[in-house]
Design a binder for this molecule. Sequence first.
Ligand SMILES: C[S@@+](CC[C@H](N)C(=O)[O-])C[C@H]1O[C@@H](n2cnc3c(N)ncnc32)[C@H](O)[C@@H]1O
Length: 203
Amino acid sequence: MQTTAVNFLKEFVTNPQKVGAITPSSEELAAALARSIEWERVRLAAEYGAGLGSITTAIIELIGDRDFFAIELNRVYANALTEQFPDLRVYRDSVANIETILAAHLAERTDETQLDAPTKIDAIVSSLPWANFSDELQDELLDATMRVLAPTGQFATFSYVHGLLLKSGLRFREKLERRFRTVSRSGVVWRSIPPAVVYHCER
Ligand SMILES: C[S@@+](CC[C@H](N)C(=O)[O-])C[C@H]1O[C@@H](n2cnc3c(N)ncnc32)[C@H](O)[C@@H]1O
């Protein structure tokens, strides 16, 4: 097994609920998520739960010079991300604090010449393990997300296929539908362990 996969597995064993996957996301899943975003409408983007960076890599391939930052709760992963992507701003924090994180990011990035700099996030790509989260935590993180997402913002995430049938997975989909104007689901990405689908939501 590759070192990246071994390191990922080690953190999963320590904290399975939060990490939510036994291996990093596959290239196919990462590409499907990153390509679900219409990047020409984006000036500021964020990734939730960047882990060891598979999806980060796919986003960076498409994002050009748009402003982009990542959030990762796990210290080992966050340090590895900073090492792998020295130009990327990685916040070692919980998505629950996205409003504070965004304020800090804008303060860091905005100078007086950028009067029209964005104040909200145009696209959020998430690989948080939503189906592992309690009802309350799903609401807390989604409500915080809606407070920082631009009025025409996009939100993309994925669910493992088996998670679609879990009560927590069904509940998560309903929560998306209550908050977003449209929620579309991709076909199954079979080259993913386990197979997964991508949700793309438009505010
Ligand atoms: C399924 S893994 C992501 C895998 C990642 N796409 C990769 O390829 O390495 C989910 C990630 O979400 C992180 N996470 C869980 N809860 C979080 C939270 N509240 N805020 C930020 N990150 C969180 C975990 O530490 C884990 O790295």
